[in-house]
Every structure is written in C-alpha cells, then in structure tokens.
Design a protein around this ligand. Structure first.
Ligand code: DC
Length: 222
C-alpha cells in the first residue's frame, strides 16, 4: 500500500469448480490486485496429512499441519488431485484448522503482497468470515452437472483419467460437507452478488463481475 487508504478487497465464494478461481485470477489481473486462492491453504493441509500417513479427521494433527502450511508449495500440481480436494474438505471442518489459517488470509487482504492496492480472495467463507467488510462480494455457483464437466476437462488437460459420474458424486459430497459444517459453512454473505455461471463462459462471467466492481470502486474513490 502506498497510502493509508485501506486495501480494496474482492471476496469470491462458491462451491468447487463453480468458476470462482478463473474469475478471481482475471479480476486480480485486470485491477492489478493480489490474488489468494484460499482453497490452496486447506488443500496443502490435506496434502501434507496424506503424505505423512495421517487421517484428515484427526483435528489435533490437522491443526498442527495447518499451522505449518507453506505458501511456497502452492504451485504443487498434487494440490489439484481429487483425493487432496476431499482431504481438504475434511480438514476444513475443524475449528482449529480454520483458526490457524485465518490470520494469514486477513493479513493478505489488509496488506496485499507487493504493496498492491487491493486483493481478491476466493474460497468458501471469505465474504462471511475472513473479510466481512470487503468492498464487493460475489457468490459464484453453477449446476453440479456443469461443474463436474468442467472438472473433467481440467483433469483431461492434465492428461489424467476422469470418470464424470464419480467426479459429480464427489463434488456433491464435498458441497454437502462444506455447506453443512458448523464452522464457517459455505453460504452466500447477506450482501453477496450471486453469479450463476452454468450457462455463461468465462468472458461473460468476467464482464458481469467487472461492471459491478467498477461501480463499487467508483463509489469508494469518488
Ligand atoms: O476451492 P477448493 O476446491 O480448492 O477448496 C478445497 C476445500 O477447502 C473445500 O472443499 C473446502 C475448503 N475450503 C474452505 O473450507 N474454506 C475456504 N475459504 C476455501 C476452501
């Protein structure tokens, strides 16, 4: 931050494979803001537990793993594995894990790396818990069929096998776990703007969001 102006924060929540990651990256690039994929924090925790032979349901071990998570490892392609996604969803239900990861996310939002003027954070509880005062909040959804198909295309692009029916069932199970947990469940913030991407391509989603962010930035800086 070059001045005392608070960072502009864009909060993007939604279920797995809803298109929120693509939208977040594009908004961050367009506005010159930093981007944090907060799912990577939970995925890295899940990955590290599986690698150590630990059970993601063990809340004490999961909390310790979350406290040791290293953002330098977020490029690891294994973070995108389905097994790691499921483990991430299990560790994410532990209050200790969420508490261990909260500060890092709030610091990123308040003081984006590189002194940038704003930050885009995407996840499940950004608008509700991590950044309740965000300048703008989006809740990005799409049907389970569309999301499963997108995940299949992603896996195929990585040269990995993809069973669409199994992926759809996994997504639905993960949505249920993420939405029904007691701690910071997946749900739209009261003042979130809903974007259903089922019938929209990435350009149309970006255009819709950009119009809204432009207006909010105009109001905030007027
Ligand atoms: O967005 P993703 O699929 O990479 O997230 C993986 C899991 O991490 C997701 O199933 C739930 C959890 N998660 C969370 O609980 N809170 C967040 N802010 C981000 C992710």
């Amino acid at each position: 931050m070059s001045s005392s102006r608070p960072s502009f924060v864009i909060a993007i929540d939604g279920p797995a494979a809803s298109g929120k990651g693509t939208l977040s990256r594009r908004l961050a690039q367009h506005y010159g803001f930093a981007h944090l994929d907060t799912g990577a924090l939970y995925r890295a925790t899940g990955r590290d537990m599986l690698a150590a032979g630990l059970d993601p349901r063990d809340s004490t071990a999961a909390t310790a793993a979350a406290a040791r998570v290293d953002p330098a490892t977020f490029d690891d392609p294994r973070l995108r594995d389905e097994a790691v996604g499921q483990a991430a969803s299990i560790v994410a239900a532990h209050a200790g894990v969420r508490a261990a990861l909260l500060d890092l996310q709030r610091r990123f939002a308040a003081s984006p790396p590189g002194g940038l003027d704003g930050a885009v954070l995407d996840g499940r509880d950004i608008g509700t818990v991590v950044c309740p005062d965000a300048l703008v909040k989006f809740f990005v959804t799409a049907s389970a069929e569309v999301r499963a198909h997108r995940r299949v295309l992603e896996l195929q692009a990585r040269g990995l096998p993809a069973d669409e029916a199994a992926i759809r069932a996994d997504l639905i199970a993960r949505d249920a776990r993420d939405s029904e947990r007691a701690e910071a469940p997946l749900k739209p913030a009261e003042n979130a703007i809903l974007l259903d991407t089922s019938a929209l391509d990435a350009d149309a989603v970006f255009a819709a969001a950009q119009g809204i962010v432009d207006q909010k930035l105009f109001e905030a800086t007027a």
